[in-house]
Write a protein that binds this ligand. Structure first.
Ligand code: HEM
Length: 339
């Protein structure tokens, strides 16, 4: 395969997974809401990383929360991953992005594998499995296929599970996805940046780290036995911000020798040292969502001094694919800066 084609192939693969994709919109995480606020690095953060947003002063941010589907139809009540993309607006029109989602691991260790995975994950007709099938699955330690939602005729979930049954690398993410549920609020979910990044300390020590956002309001999902509501997450956030900012702690796990540094499908041991890197306060929902959210383009490769991408091949491929996607949908790198 021609390496040059890979970013375009990845975007095409995502589009193929959502046949109702609307051109001019994001092919994944299509439904979203932009929110502004600020981030303040914790007192310890600057000892770990020299990046500007970890130096302890308030840094303006634009966050976009999203549902992971590439369909333009909003199904807030469906059990699915959610996204939280954060742009830190730095001095001199510079910026850095941190893109995170509610799954803790990804399905694929390489872009080539993602192309195979996404072929399997194309929507198939779905109907509820009979009770004996569910029991059989559980006895084989396979997550049972979720029952379709009312009116849902097709889903990518059965294909993803089949793929995971034959590819060990996809199993953690598939298990995680099967148990996600729907958050009661965008501000009540944990979001993981999944990949490994490299930070530089003031004494030039480099560390391999993984970032995740922990909601101060706590994690909660909707009642899985209640009929799903299609449209509540954006209204809930608007309502919530009228009373109080939505707050998140930025946590950082520090990798150690032997950890899978370059593979986003593998978890790190839970007892790895975790450092609180700062606090995010989300305050306002800009009225002009088209300019300050929909047209904006986040990129996992938008780094800054003191913060580098690791050699994770999926991370490198994403950085290129998101730029292809931005151009295809006419997005702007950053509506706030000249860059
Ligand atoms: C090979 C793997 C992946 C591919 C090909 C892919 C592809 C894409 C594309 C094309 C977009 C739309 C970009 C745009 O038009 O601005 C997108 C958005 C997004 N992706 Fe991925 N993605 C991958 C992996 C991941 C992973 C591992 C995460 C979690 C950290 C993630 C989280 C997100 C989020 C949160 C958004 C929405 C960003 C926004 O609000 O602008 N993706 N993805």
């Amino acid at each position: 395969m021609d390496e040059q084609d890979m970013p375009q192939r990845l975007v095409d693969a995502v589009i193929a997974d959502f046949p109702d994709h609307a051109p001019g919109t994001r092919p994944a995480h299509t439904i979203g809401l932009g929110v502004t606020g600020y981030f303040r690095g914790s007192p310890i953060a600057r000892d770990y990383c020299i990046a500007e947003h970890f130096q302890g002063h308030n840094v303006p941010v634009t966050v976009r929360f999203s549902n992971s589907s590439g369909s333009p139809v909003q199904h807030d009540g469906w059990s699915d991953a959610r996204g939280m993309a954060t742009r830190f607006h730095l001095q001199d029109d510079q910026a850095t992005d941190l893109i995170a989602m509610t799954l803790r691991e990804f399905f694929s260790p390489t872009p080539e594998d993602f192309l195979e995975f996404s072929k399997e994950a194309r929507p198939r007709p779905v109907k509820p499995d009979p009770w004996w099938r569910k029991i059989l699955d559980m006895l084989q330690l396979k997550p049972p296929n979720p029952d379709p939602y009312p009116g849902q005729n097709e889903s990518g979930a059965p294909g993803s599970l089949d793929y995971a049954n034959h590819h060990r690398s996809a199993q953690l993410a598939a298990l995680d996805a099967a148990m996600l549920g729907a958050p009661v609020s965008y501000a009540r979910a944990t979001y993981n940046a999944v990949h490994t990044f490299i930070i530089t300390a003031p004494d030039k020590t480099k560390r391999y780290v993984r970032f995740f956002w922990q909601p101060v309001a706590g994690v909660e999902v909707t009642d899985p036995t209640a009929p799903p509501v299609d449209d509540y997450l954006q209204g809930e956030l608007r309502e919530r911000l009228r009373d109080w900012p939505a707050e998140f702690l930025l946590l950082m796990a520090v990798g150690e020798g032997g950890d899978p540094l370059l593979d986003p499908t593998q978890a790190w041991p839970l007892h790895r040292s975790r450092v609180v890197m700062g606090m995010l306060k989300l305050i306002e929902i800009p009225a002009d969502q088209e300019t300050f959210c929909e047209k904006m383009s986040y990129n996992p490769g938008r780094m800054t001094r003191g913060l580098e991408m690791s050699d994770d091949p999926v991370l490198a491929a994403r950085a290129q694919a998101y730029e292809v996607s931005r151009k295809m949908r006419g997005g702007s790198p950053c509506p706030f800066s000249k860059g």
